[in-house]
Design a protein. Structure first.
Length: 432
């Protein structure tokens, strides 16, 4: 591993952007990448910051900061989600856009990376206010969007309804129905079957692939999942129902549940379905209530951090007992923690591969929208498994060939693919 540069020293890697740049720099050094190409990849292509005014239900004028960042279009249109969260800022969006570039390259789909967000607590807005906010944001960033330029998708605190409003607003501006402008839409508006479960299913596939590479079948493997939102929910249930894993712990912002003999996921799902905010809080079934911090250090075979970034840090990496970590969230492991996990021999499937199921099925949705020909869910799942398993196999082969960990291998594959595209397109040719 390369020594972090001055800008990305371990003392500053608490931010996702610093962690991302540190990983980029170490990969550039491993690949001995041309400094000019590395300089291009360390920066974003397009950034837009907007102030979004809306009329609240009570007549007040509210304003919010919004961002859209396109990191790279070297391999195709930019692709990436839009999140609504009070902590969204430009550096977080930059980092996520960079990671999206590598995520698309890691699974070899023809997209570059983008990301967007609005600094807002959506729980404080009504549905009508959220619609006004979404439509106004869409209108303001419309000049840099397009089905062959930049394609948004759902992310934290956004969903298929958000994308439906977004698509409708852009279609209204263009003057014709344009379903390919977003992915993650309702199926009735050109969304893909299987998109909702896709990220969690991809996490489950990556988990099973690594277990098998390490010489064990998934049946009975103990799994702890931090974050029981969309990704964690589907990852846990697919691993349990389809592969026979034993899910011993799940958590969300409100609670964490643990049973070393295996949780009753059916009962938990029933509780969540009728709980305000779809939270675990108040579950009274056969489970011990622990903290999110305790979940991370449980005695388990597999740990799936599927909540938010920076959960595994230099402070707790030494206490992790799982021998396999599959990153369902974006950036759940800091740079410093990653070094500790590697030294301890813990296998980590990095986020840009582990949670790529969502962007893979978004790619399928985009293809279906362009063709106006839609697939059955069995076909979506078959193609997702094919793409995820092949991508994992390529990463594993690189790790064995270069004698590096999986994260380094995935980053090397992805960075090299983007660098090759930049060079082949002639971004820096004499006549450019």
């Amino acid at each position: 591993m390369a020594t972090p540069t001055k800008e990305t020293s371990l003392e500053t890697t608490n931010s996702m952007l610093a962690t991302t740049l540190a990983l980029f720099d170490s990969t550039f050094e491993r690949l001995q990448l041309d400094e000019g190409i590395a300089s291009i990849m360390r920066q974003t292509e397009v950034e837009m910051t907007v102030t979004i005014p809306i009329i609240a239900d009570d007549g007040r004028i509210l304003t919010f900061k919004g961002y859209r960042v396109q990191h790279s279009s070297a391999r195709g249109p930019s692709k990436g989600g839009i999140r609504y969260h009070p902590d969204v800022d430009i550096d977080e969006v930059r980092a996520l856009a960079m990671l999206m570039t590598l995520k698309c390259a890691a699974v070899n789909i023809p997209f570059g990376g983008a990301k967007g967000g609005i600094c807002v607590n959506p729980a404080e807005l009504s549905m009508h206010e959220l619609e006004r906010l979404t439509r106004r944001f869409a209108k303001m960033i419309a000049p840099i969007l397009g089905g062959k330029r930049d394609i948004p998708a759902p992310d934290m605190n956004t969903n298929e309804q958000t994308m439906a409003w977004f698509m409708d607003e852009i279609s209204s501006i263009q003057g014709y129905y344009s379903p390919e402008i977003t992915t993650g839409k309702p199926v009735i508006l050109g969304g893909s079957e299987g998109r909702t479960e896709a990220t969690g299913r991809g996490v489950a596939i990556a988990t099973v692939e690594l277990l098998r590479k390490l010489g064990r079948e998934p049946q009975g493997a103990r799994v702890a999942v931090q974050g029981y939102g969309n990704v964690g929910y589907y990852a846990a249930n697919i691993l349990a129902d389809e592969y026979g894993c034993k899910v011993i712990a799940v958590s969300d912002v409100s609670d964490a549940l643990y049973n070393p003999k295996g949780l009753d996921l059916a009962a938990i799902n029933q509780h969540v379905a009728h709980s305000p905010g779809r939270l675990l809080k108040g579950f009274t079934g056969n489970a011990e209530h622990i903290t999110n911090a305790e979940l991370l250090t449980l005695d388990t075979d597999v740990l799936i951090p599927a909540a938010i970034e920076n959960q595994i840090t230099g402070k707790n990496a030494g206490q992790i007992q799982a021998q396999i970590i599959v990153e369902g969230a974006n950036g759940p492991t800091t740079y410093e923690a990653d070094l500790i996990l590697r030294d301890r021999g813990i296998h980590v499937v990095p986020d840009i591969l582990a949670n790529a199921g969502g962007v893979i099925v978004s790619y399928f949705e985009w293809v279906q929208d362009l063709q106006f020909y839609f697939w059955e869910i069995d076909e979506v799942r078959r193609q997702l498994y094919k793409k995820m398993s092949r991508s994992f196999e390529e990463a594993w082969a690189m790790a064995q060939e270069r004698n590096v960990d999986l994260r380094s291998a995935v980053y090397m594959l992805a960075v090299q693919r983007v660098a090759d595209a930049i060079q082949k397109r002639g971004y820096v040719s004499a006549g450019g």
